[in-house]
Design a protein around this ligand. Structure first.
Ligand SMILES: [Zn+2]
Length: 275
């Protein structure tokens, strides 16, 4: 797990070389000084599940070359774990970087970072109940992010959106941008729109799904995309569409949403590890 080494920080080595070569006597750059300390090595099971989550979501077409999944560090709620900039299907334990809630890495070891890591940082900061986050660009959900038709629960596996899915329009929050949530202010604006809900659509961009664990956030990501396709199909058929009503959806959740995801998680994990 190269990026999680607790040894000499990369910046201090660079500064030493610069001092010798150029006679610098000033302190290292402010960016280097702001590097957070590590919470310590995360447990192996958490990393295994993070890699599995990346592969499962790639296998299911939720993540392609873009998108990412993160998990909160179990040793410190102010740290989270996310791959270096890499297609999710290729992520291994060596690619995992530890971040603080400002989106600053403990040590990148020179690796490129996901520019939208601030999505994760801001949501972990705003939502202590959340321990896993997925950001993706799955197409059927983008349709609902640009439409006046609301995404609603069509079947029991999408009951978790009973309180609806808000749409984050970055133009309303921050004016004309490159559409990416690539700094802390954009991340915090997105987190405000998410509020206490399990997902938020990003107009003209993608979706963020959150959950208390990796299995839950993976299942929610998969079933939310399936729900969007079902809703699109039902609308295309014509005639009135009957959605789960709020009482039904809450009754489904009372049966135990998280427990229900244990079975597919084991299957998906096995499938992803056999490839
Ligand atoms: Zn994105």
């Amino acid at each position: 797990m190269g990026n999680l080494n607790l040894g000499q920080p990369l910046w201090s080595t660079c500064f030493l070389i610069a001092t010798i070569a150029f006679g610098f006597t000033t302190s290292p750059t402010s960016h280097a000084q702001e590097r957070p300390t590590s919470a310590g090595l995360p447990d192996a099971e958490l990393i295994t599940d993070l890699i599995a989550a990346n592969r499962i979501l790639a296998d299911k077409g939720i993540l392609d070359g873009f998108g990412h999944v993160s998990v909160r560090h179990r040793l410190d709620p102010k740290r989270f774990l996310l791959s270096r900039s890499l297609a999710p299907a290729l992520v291994t334990a060596d690619d995992v970087i530890e971040y603080d809630l400002n989106g600053v890495a403990v040590d990148t070891e020179g690796s490129a970072e996901y520019s939208e890591r601030f999505i994760h940082a801001a949501i972990y900061e705003a939502r202590p109940d959340i321990n896993a986050i997925v950001h993706h660009h799955s197409p059927s959900l983008i349709t609902f992010g640009i439409s006046s038709v609301e995404l609603r629960p069509t079947y029991h596996l999408a009951a978790f959106i009973v309180d609806r899915v808000p749409v984050f329009d970055i133009r309303d929050a921050l004016g004309v941008t490159g559409m990416l949530v690539n700094d802390s202010s954009r991340g915090r604006a997105l987190a405000r729109t998410l509020g206490e809900r399990p997902a938020v659509l990003m107009r003209g961009h993608g979706t963020v799904v959150v959950g208390p664990t990796l299995p839950v956030v993976v299942a929610r990501s998969i079933y939310l995309e399936v729900n969007a396709r079902i809703e699109l199909d039902a609308i295309a058929l014509g005639g009135p569409v009957v959605y789960l009503d709020a009482d039904e959806a809450r009754a489904v959740l009372a049966e135990g949403e998280h427990r229900a995801y244990e079975r597919p998680w084991e299957l998906w994990k096995k499938e992803s590890s056999s490839q």
